[in-house]
Design a protein around this ligand. Structure first.
Ligand code: IMP
Ligand code: MG
Length: 182
C-alpha cells in the first residue's frame, strides 16, 4: 500500500529500507548473543507477525516459532492494562531460551503480564525483543533487551501495527494525524 492510499497518515516515520537495515542489525546481535544455542521466538498476535518473520529470516542460529494471543481491556474505573491470554502457546517452553517478540512496548503493562506468565513456565532464559519502544509513556518498568527503534509519543501504524485493525500491511511505519488518535 502506498502512503497516498491512507487518508489518516501524516508522515512516514521509518521507511522500508530503514526497517530492513535495522532488523538485520538486531538479528546479528541476537545471533551473536545466543551463539551455539537455539532459541524460541514467541510472537504476540497479531502485531508482531510482520516483525517476527522479518527478524527470523536474518537470525543465523536454529530457532523455533510459537505465538500467543492476548486481549487487553480496562477495568471499571477505566484504567487500562488488564491483560489475559486469549490464545496460548502450542508448546511448553520449559528449559528453552525464549525471546519474546513484540510490535511495540508502550505503557509496559502488556509486557509485564507476559513476562510474569512466561517466567512461571521455567524457561532457561527469557528475553524481550521489540520492534518499537515508546519509553515516554511507560507506566511500569520492564526489561527490553533488544529494540529496533525508539519512537515519539505519537500513534503509529504499519509493519504490523494497526489502527482499528487496519494498516498492518504497510511496508513502512507512519505517524497518524492527531484526529485519528485513539
Ligand atoms: P502496552 O505496552 O501494554 O501499553 O501496550 C502495547 C500494545 O498497545 C501494543 O502491543 C499495541 O497493540 C498497542 N499500541 C500501543 N501503541 C500503539 C501505536 O502507536 N499503534 C498501534 N498500536 C499501539
Ligand atoms: Mg501488541
Amino acid at each position: 500500500m502506498s502512503t497516498v492510499a491512507i487518508p489518516g497518515v501524516e508522515r512516514v516515520l521509518f521507511t522500508e529500507e530503514q526497517i530492513e537495515h535495522r532488523i538485520r542489525e538486531v538479528a546479528s546481535e541476537i545471533s551473536r548473543n545466543y551463539e551455539g544455542r537455539s532459541i524460541k521466538l514467541v510472537g504476540v498476535l497479531k502485531g508482531s507477525i510482520f516483525f517476527l518473520t522479518a527478524l527470523a529470516r536474518y537470525i543465523e542460529i536454529p530457532l523455533k516459532i510459537d505465538f500467543l494471543g492476548i486481549s487487553s481491556f480496562s477495568n471499571r474505573s477505566g484504567a487500562p492494562g488488564i491483560v489475559r491470554i486469549a490464545k496460548d502457546l502450542d508448546d511448553g517452553i520449559e528449559g528453552e531460551d525464549v525471546l519474546l517478540v513484540e510490535d511495540i512496548v508502550d505503557t509496559g503493562l502488556t509486557l509485564r503480564y507476559l513476562l510474569q506468565t512466561l517466567s512461571g513456565r521455567a524457561p532457561n532464559s527469557l528475553s524481550v525483543c521489540t520492534f518499537l519502544d515508546r519509553n515516554s509513556r511507560r507506566l511500569v518498568q520492564v526489561p527490553v533487551d533488544y529494540r529496533c527503534f525508539e519512537i515519539p509519543d505519537r500513534f503509529v501504524v504499519g509493519f504490523g501495527l494497526d489502527y482499528n485493525q487496519l494498516y498492518r500491511n504497510l511496508t513502512y511505519v507512519a505517524v497518524m494525524k492527531p484526529e485519528k488518535n485513539s
